[in-house]
Write a protein of this length. Structure first.
Length: 267
């Protein structure tokens, strides 16, 4: 089996949800505008480093969803996303704080690591380059609100950054956060992951894979009412036996689990 960060984190969030998604093939419909836009925007960022016109790439990629039935938050629209995306690309070029040498090699890096059980873990790292002249691993994020920066040290607890540091062996890591808001903003957040954190993450992966392989899929959203994670879970309809919820959120593709690590590309 090939595992990814998305799979492990979904299991840790709720094992039952993992079973629905990866064993039974219930996938969330690809209608979330922010998720779709994020993928298009990251293609434009890659184009920027490959000396292509990023605005053109954004327009082309996002343009293919102009008539699609995507779900937009209140006040959002296809045009607004495009406008914010173009603004962010210009801002990114103006700041000029990130360098990626040999972009063909150092963007969307496929990294594979063997697990003790004969399985493997795969990650696609957004970029390896420099932020303000300092070498680091970089993860792009597009979001509608700023990432919290306080208290100091918070970033080093980010499980996805720890995962990428563990699999790549690169301890200096950064998030470049493209914030879509009224006045678009880019956050450049860097931190260092310790060897101890990577060792602990490795143990977490091994124990999680062990639980998956022994078929442990109890339902638990982890948080009590009113912060119940079930309310935002795409599999809620299956747990409630509510067909209307199932039809509105999910699509079933049984037998696709061997390729589920590809989800990593959508993060
Ligand atoms: S609705 Fe709650 S219990 Fe059911 S899969 Fe989702 S998070 Fe788990």
């Amino acid at each position: 089996m090939t595992y990814s960060y998305t799979q492990i984190s979904q299991y840790l969030r709720c094992p039952r949800s993992y079973r629905y998604r990866y064993l039974d093939g219930w996938r969330e419909k690809d209608t979330r505008s922010s998720m779709v836009f994020g993928r298009c925007f990251e293609s434009a960022v890659s184009a920027y480093f490959s000396k292509q016109d990023p605005t053109h790439v954004l327009f082309k990629e996002w343009g293919s969803y102009r008539e699609a039935q995507l779900e937009y938050a209140k006040g959002d629209s296809w045009e607004k996303f495009l406008q914010q995306g173009i603004h962010l690309l210009h801002l990114f070029a103006q700041h000029d704080r990130v360098r990626i040498r040999r972009p063909q090699k150092n963007l969307q890096l496929k990294t594979v690591r063997g697990l003790g059980s004969g399985n493997e873990f795969i990650a696609y790292i957004d970029a390896v380059g420099e932020l303000d002249g300092q070498p680091c691993l970089i993860d792009w994020k597009t979001t509608s609100s700023r990432y919290p920066e306080e208290p100091q040290g918070l970033m080093a607890l980010d499980p996805q950054l720890i995962c990428y540091s563990w699999i790549s062996g690169i301890r200096d890591v950064a998030l470049v956060v493209f914030v879509r808001k009224h006045l678009p903003e880019i956050q450049y957040l860097r931190t260092t992951i310790t060897d101890e954190q990577c060792k602990e993450f490795s143990q977490l992966v091994e124990s999680t894979v062990g639980q998956i392989e022994t078929g442990q899929f109890p339902p638990h959203s982890g948080i009590r009412f009113p912060m119940n994670g079930c309310t935002s879970c795409s599999h809620l309809g299956l747990c409630l036996g509510n067909q209307q919820f199932v039809d509105s959120k999910l699509i079933r593709r049984p037998g696709a689990s061997d390729l589920d690590w590809l989800d990593q590309l959508a993060d």
